[in-house]
Write a protein that binds this ligand. Sequence first.
Ligand SMILES: Cc1ncc(C[n+]2csc(CCOP(=O)(O)OP(=O)(O)O)c2C)c(N)n1
Ligand SMILES: [Mg+2]
Length: 551
Amino acid sequence: MPDNLHVYDVLARAFAQEEVRTCFALLGDANMNWAARLSQQGCRMLYVRHEHCAVAAAMAYARKMGDVGVATVTCGPGVTQIITALPAAVRAHLPLVVFAGEAPLKSGWYNQELDQGPLITATGAAYHRLHMPERMPVAVRDAFLQARRERRPVVIGVPFDLQGRAWTGSMDLPKPSRELLPRPSPIPPHPDDVSAAARLLAGAERVVVLAGLGAVEAGAGAACRALAAKTGGILSTTLPARGLFHDDPFCIGISGSFTPEAGLEYLKQADFVIAVGCSLAFHAGGGGQLWPKAKMLQIDIDPVAVNQGQEVARHHLRSDARLGVEALTAALPPRDRSWRNDEMAARIRDSKPDSHAFEIEPGLLDPRKVVEALEAALPREWEMVNSGGHCSWFFAQMPSRPQEKFLTIREFGAIGNGVSFAMGVAAARPDRTVVLFDGDGSLMMHVQELETIKRHGLNILIVVMNDGAYGSEVHKLRSEGMREDGAVFGYCDFAGIARGFGLAGKTVKNLDDLPKLVAEFAAGGGAAIWDFHVSDKVVSPTIRRAHPHRA
Ligand SMILES: Cc1ncc(C[n+]2csc(CCOP(=O)(O)OP(=O)(O)O)c2C)c(N)n1
Ligand SMILES: [Mg+2]
């Protein structure tokens, strides 16, 4: 290393040593020198317009890349802005390293000073104060190690006066975390557990194989299909793993709040659910309502009996998802009976996700028809991102989209993340078109990022399901006969807003125009908003169940 280095130079090198290729950033006094140096090292910087979006974009990037996402914010107000993103990353088990500045140590007073540690640790993320320059490169490496091993965000805070000091430490950087991380082989199941599970399963008549992200990561998709076939049962996934069995005729779709109509009927009949690589979160089982009659066998490296306030599984097979499912399948005797039949396949294939009839005002669209038309028109290779809100139920019903092309992160239940997640996916898949499905309220929450999308030339098509409202709130308020003000805003002109930011904008009134619009967008690239004005009369099945209208 050359002479005259500052601490921020070496800190930037420590990040480059970790092979950080992309960093989502918003600058201030406490991180700008470091960020400028990181950029100089060849790291691609995406400069966003709100710190929340830097961390949220890094989350989607981490999920897509299967790697650590990196973001940077300045001290004080930069740090307070990321407090909604961090719990979401914690709950989704996403490894992040966030480089945050800290107020200078040398002065008795600093306006942006804040006790950042308790704020960060309250979110479930880890906070590391780096106050010893000589040790900082090792501390950076350790932050990456922790993020990878514990799969959660680690925020490192470095006082910016320390960053500006001359570097006097060693010129040797530590080995990167990747080289140190333990790489054990997948855990095989214990034979006794396999036999017990096989005995239990032998008596089951209506089996559901339910896969979560753990199954995706373990590459257990094919094994799950084989187990379902051998037991004559059906397949399903959690919401984040949706699409893992998208082309299987006996996959009923998502289990949980987003289960389509036919799926609800079959799940209700199930007498045995095998949950593979899924934590059995509250929503995945519809709060315990989806399969009232079923025994639950969980196959997981970390099986649980109780999760999120519910007893979720009595029977457990501790194992890597793929190895456990393969061993169980091998241990099962052949069956002479099956729940599967042609009628079931036809019902799954031909039924609408939700067939409830609604009266729709002239000039407005049915969100279900919008999704059907998009499903038919959008190219198979485009990357999809679903956001939150009431409309996300409809957008999740795209059965032809495989898991690896459809990202959903919503374990903290926050709206406003759509644009950030789309930017993260666009950064991870620069050669692909990204389609974001968002609600009007959610998009409005971080609409400033349209400028980021434009400036960085990201190829993102934003589809807005615009009901002129916070749909979730409207439907709940209506069900209780309460006033709707505060939840109804009217249909704002997103096409005009898009054009104001230099994006293309279109209010789509006729769904028959979609194939032409898709072809034009595919040819031109860039970014655009398509605004679909939908009726707020259409209520998702989940809301209808959970919030029936009071008489
Ligand atoms: C950060 C945050 N603030 C508020 C909420 C409460 N909330 C849940 S859904 C929703 C409405 C979202 O509106 P929109 O994006 O238009 O989707 P819609 O429900 O109308 O389909 C709101 C405000 C939340 N989940 N997260
Ligand atoms: Mg809305």
